[in-house]
Design a binder for this molecule. Structure first.
Ligand code: NI
Ligand code: MN
Length: 225
């Protein structure tokens, strides 16, 4: 499994030959100007919630690639009504896709579309593929529901928001890493706006002091699991 960071909460995940994009918000992120959305491959686009900083580039990419948009029922309906192919899910549900299993899990956040319309309840994804298991938390507070995940699955990587203000910050993300029983963390949802700028070295040191590994990737950088 290959994971690429496209800035903010945008990720590319390659499982075998299947390309998955998560929460594409690239053209609106000046830090991500090196990424050309017309060059991104996508068979599936996973959307955690309806906020603009998670859906901005969904339509442009799905129109070009015919990717299937996977999200909660309300967000799937929204894109379905615009003619896109979708797969609706809801909390606690999982589905075997061609690349592996995806479960839509709880997040504590909000989920309105940019025009204020209802975007369902926000979530995260647990993905099993190529014998690797990852948790993409989405925008969320620290929540006891995270403790449910390791009851059923051994995670290889937890992707957690760390920017604070709109989501968990560093200290809560360290607790989240305990809750999901995964010491290997990829941080996201930081530095994009003034509200969520963080001190990278301090963040890494705080994880290191708890015997945990916080990875912060450059935009466009990838890791292999
Ligand atoms: Ni949000
Ligand atoms: Mn967000």
């Amino acid at each position: 499994m290959k994971i690429t960071f496209y800035g903010h909460a945008s990720l590319g995940i390659k499982v075998n030959d299947v390309h998955i994009l998560v929460d594409p918000f690239i053209t609106g992120n000046e830090n991500a100007s090196s990424i050309d959305i017309d060059a991104l491959k996508a068979d599936y686009i996973l959307v955690t919630h309806a906020h603009q900083d998670h859906i901005l580039d969904v339509e442009a990419i799905a129109k070009r690639t015919n990717a299937v948009i996977v999200s909660n029922y309300e967000i799937a309906n929204h894109f379905e009504s615009k003619g896109f192919e979708t797969h609706p899910m809801n909390h606690g549900g999982s589905w075997d896709f061609e690349f592996g299993n995806v479960k839509y899990v709880n997040a504590i956040h909000t989920s309105s579309f940019p025009d204020g319309s209802y975007g369902g309840q926000p979530g995260g994804f647990v993905i099993e593929g190529e014998h690797k298991n990852i948790y993409i938390a989405g925008d969320t507070a620290l929540t006891m529901d995270m403790k449910l995940i390791p009851l059923q699955i051994k995670l290889d990587l937890a992707i957690l928001p760390i920017g604070d203000n709109f989501t968990m910050g560093i200290d809560d993300a360290i607790l989240a890493s305990d809750f999901v029983e995964c010491d290997k963390v990829l941080g996201y949802h930081y530095d994009t706006f003034g509200y969520i700028e963080i001190d990278h070295e301090e963040a890494k040191r705080k994880f290191f002091d708890k015997d945990k590994d916080l990875m912060l990737l450059e935009i466009g950088e990838s890791i292999e699991l």
